[in-house]
Design a protein around this ligand. Structure first.
Ligand code: ARG
Length: 574
């Protein structure tokens, strides 16, 4: 792509002139102010400062040499204390668009080298319904998987479900005392949640029941066949309900190994940690201390309780070890809410010490909470947590009210559009804010046809499809006989934005922030509106008419692809 080409030339010159400098650090980005240029390089300045030298002088010398080479730029200049601004040559831009007209990779070149990345996300706990809090991990994780795959990396998505733990003692007591089969068939997770609440109350009131919960848990841990059977049934029922939600969200996992998968390894792992001097006994428990890390100094991690039981950290260490052995990943990304930051800092630090610094890059991609209109955690009117199934149902119902008035659509179309618009709106509203901030859940904003919303982007796509229908053409038919030709200012700006698609995907992956892709698509839709206002398509004469159809065809494909990478569908009619 054009920006890569420029970046490459720049790096080449730097390494020729300064062989011992890390030339790969010199990168270019979209210029924040369009009037100064299309791209900008600020990283050379930082490098010169570090290495010693005058940034402006070095930049000027490099730009002088670039001027002698063939670049896709019409204009290159040094600015400020030593930035470099680049203005694209319209012919080069046009050629880049035309070159990729038939490509299903759009303007994205496959990553080289391709990396192996494990993404650990969603990971609900079994025997409890998924609630609104699970949507962020599910959306974010799925979106990162989609982008990584599209960029050409090998991705393993692993749903690390919480399918083991002390709650099963109580659940088994409840199950044996009388599970209601009919309720279980109707809403298994709701029934299990009810059971758990009931037994929990009984346990608080009656030490005898608490004792029997402990006994059932021990029997389960020791492999009692009946308890194992009940436990398996609870997991199967939970997974069936999770899968229903995942299929509505269009999310899939390569693996759902779950915490219980690592049970057999936990004791030996704790023993190994102690044997290697990484963990110490303290009042019977096994702890890891972090004396040299200011942030963790006062927060030792427990990897075995005094009763010998392993915990969340132990399981995560075993999981890391397993992933390393099975896939030798280059990177593991964990997507959970911000409250688990301490856990992952501890985990990563223990693992680094254990492997003496070897192993994959470990990343905790955390996010904030979803709030209600009152600024408090988002709840139902009666104060309960919002179940994800109900939330998705409501999204579809509300979207349905919007399409209801369209006489040209039949029932089936209306239902399908309501599904695409409703689910898309919830997902987009969730991916749009910076992931680390809390956001307020608001149906009216997310379903609005104006502003930075999903329906607005979906509509931008539909409008392009309708222009094609009116022209009696498809993308394939026009692309087989014409190419784009950029003349008007609006056409040039649209074209420039389109070729920057790979740049934004890279930005998303640099910081694990899909909201950059949302902003990119919103900007694209805005450029399209300005283009429609100033550049007639169907009323234009050939060859301009075809050239403009090709241009909006590129835009439509990019919107569709971008939304697909966010996990959102589009509709040809709306
Ligand atoms: N089940 C956990 C929870 O609900 C999330 C698990 C995240 N993944 C991990 N490897 N710890 O909080």
């Amino acid at each position: 792509m054009l920006y890569k080409q420029i970046e490459h030339q720049l790096q080449q010159l730097v390494s020729e002139q300064y062989p011992d400098w890390p030339a790969h650090e010199v990168v270019i980005r979209v210029c924040p102010t369009a009037k100064f240029g299309d791209y900008q390089c600020t990283s050379l300045m930082g490098l010169v400062k570090r290495k010693g030298g005058n940034p402006r002088e070095v930049a000027t010398q490099i730009v002088d040499q670039l001027a002698e080479r063939e670049t896709p730029c019409a204009h290159i200049e040094v600015a400020g204390p030593g930035f470099i601004n680049f203005r694209l040559n319209p012919q080069a831009l046009e050629a880049a668009l035309n070159d990729r007209q038939a490509s299903h990779r759009y303007f994205v070149d496959p990553a080289s080298p391709s990396r192996t990345v494990v993404v650990d996300f969603s990971s609900p706990n079994v025997a409890k319904p998924m609630h609104v809090g699970h949507i962020r991990s599910t959306n974010l994780g799925d979106c990162l998987c989609r982008i990584l795959r599209f960029l050409g990396h090998k991705v393993i998505s692993d749903n690390h479900i919480g399918d083991w733990g002390t709650q099963f003692g109580k659940l088994i007591v409840g199950w044996k005392r009388g599970i209601e089969d009919t309720a279980l068939e109707g809403d298994a997770l709701g029934e299990m949640e009810r059971l758990y609440r009931e037994i929990n109350q009984l346990c608080n009131a009656d030490p005898g029941i608490l004792e029997s919960a402990r006994a059932e848990l021990l029997k389960l841990q020791q492999g009692d066949p009946l308890n194992l059977e009940i436990w398996r049934q609870m997991i199967a029922l939970s997974r069936a309900q999770f899968d229903e939600i995942y299929s509505r969200l269009g999310v899939r996992f390569d693996e759902t190994l779950g915490e219980s998968h690592y049970n057999d390894r936990l004791d030996a792992l704790a023993g190994e940690m102690e044997g290697k001097g990484l963990a110490e006994r303290s009042q019977g428990a096994l702890l890891v201390f972090f004396p040299d890390e200011p942030e963790l100094k006062d927060h030792p991690a427990m990897i075995q309780k005094s009763n010998g039981a392993a915990n969340y950290t132990t399981t995560d260490l075993a999981t890391l070890e397993y992933r390393e052995k099975r896939w030798s990943p280059d990177e593991i990304i964990y997507v959970t809410d911000g409250r688990q930051q301490l856990h992952f800092k501890q985990l990563f630090s223990i693992y680094r010490r254990w492997t003496k610094g070897k192993g994959p890059k470990l990343v905790h991609t955390w996010f904030g909470s979803i709030l209600g209109q009152d600024g408090k955690p988002f709840k139902t009117r009666s104060g309960d947590v919002v179940r994800l199934t109900n939330l998705l149902n409501e999204a579809e119902e509300r979207a349905r009210r919007i399409v209801e008035e369209k006489p040209e659509l039949d029932e089936e179309q209306k239902a399908e559009i309501a599904r695409i618009v409703g689910i898309g709106a919830v997902k987009y509203a969730d991916l749009l804010p910076n992931r680390q901030s809390d956001y307020v859940f608001d149906w009216d904003t997310m379903l609005a046809l104006k502003g930075n919303t999903c329906p607005y982007l979906q509509y931008a796509y539909t409008r392009i499809q309708s222009v094609f229908r009116k022209a009696g053409m498809t993308w394939e038919s026009v692309a087989s006989r014409a190419q784009t030709h950029l003349q008007a200012e609006e056409e040039l700006r649209l074209g420039k934005h389109l070729v920057n698609f790979p740049l934004v995907l890279q930005l998303v992956m640099d910081e694990y922030r899909p909201n950059y892709l949302c902003s990119y698509l919103f900007e694209l839709a805005g450029l399209l509106s300005r283009f429609y206002e100033n550049c007639p398509i169907l009323k234009a004469d050939e060859p301009i008419r075809d050239a403009r159809l090709v241009l909006i065809g590129h835009a439509g494909r990019t919107i569709r692809k971008g939304l697909e990478l966010l996990g959102i569908e589009v509709s040809d009619v709306m």
